[in-house]
Design a protein. Structure first.
Length: 232
């Protein structure tokens, strides 16, 4: 989804608009790289399974099996790297976008430059969940002749992602317990954590199941802002 056009009505400040546009491009680029990495990983995972079957026959030389495993390991690392990069920018885009959407809808003063810059940083899991609790669907103007209750669908979609973030917070606590770490030990502590710092390579990805829904939210928020400004 492309970034929506904004006219010169002045509802957004230059720094708000440019920050939103930059984050949009950042997470879309990372998203495409992640999707490519997933495709490569899937192919190599299948090749690794076949190599393991061949290894049972105990061939005299096992260079093929070694090569497949080495490449597959690198592909797995790259998949996680691109996923976490995409998460960082998509989560920032979502939180900033929701904050601006609420500001515009409620006719609040423009965000200060320092506030915009702070919102461009990766949000904690708790901050993301808090942003997803904003009743953003209520801000959108109703569409005439719509066969779908898009606002209700939006509410349900955001609620599912919010539940997914709750699950991620619980997983962060479980990982800390498995590692014998002293932090985080509670959901409240985990809510103050960053996804990129708490999805270690030896565990199943914490972002599993919620990264793609996050993309959807991050993509739709700028269009919500545009609709509120236009009133349609």
């Amino acid at each position: 989804m492309r970034f929506p056009p904004f006219d010169d009505r002045g509802a957004l400040t230059t720094i708000e608009l440019e920050a939103l546009r930059s984050l949009h491009g950042a997470f879309l680029t990372a998203r495409y790289e992640w999707q490519s990495a997933v495709t490569v990983w899937d192919r190599l995972h299948t090749a690794r399974d076949l190599a393991d079957l061949r290894a049972v026959e105990r061939p005299p030389f096992r260079y093929y099996e070694e090569a497949v495993h080495e490449i597959a390991s690198g592909a797995s690392d790259y998949e996680r790297h691109t996923a976490l990069t995409a998460w960082r920018y998509a989560a920032s885009a979502a939180v900033l976008g929701i904050t601006v959407l609420e500001r515009v809808a409620q006719a609040k003063p423009p965000l200060a430059a320092s506030a915009v810059e702070e919102l461009c940083q990766e949000p904690t899991l708790g901050r993301l969940r808090e942003a997803l609790s904003v009743p953003a669907a209520d801000f959108l103007p109703a569409r005439e002749r719509s066969f779908l209750d898009e606002r209700q669908e939006m509410v349900e979609r955001w609620a599912q992602l919010r539940d997914g973030v709750d699950t991620a917070i619980e997983i962060v606590v479980e990982i800390a317990e498995d590692k014998g770490a002293t932090h985080p030990r509670t959901k409240e502590e985990a809510a103050g954590c960053l996804m990129t710092e708490h999805s270690p390579p030896h565990t199943d990805p914490v972002y599993l199941g919620i990264l793609q829904p996050l993309f959807v939210v991050a993509e739709e928020v700028p269009y919500g802002i545009s609709r509120v400004i236009k009133g349609s």
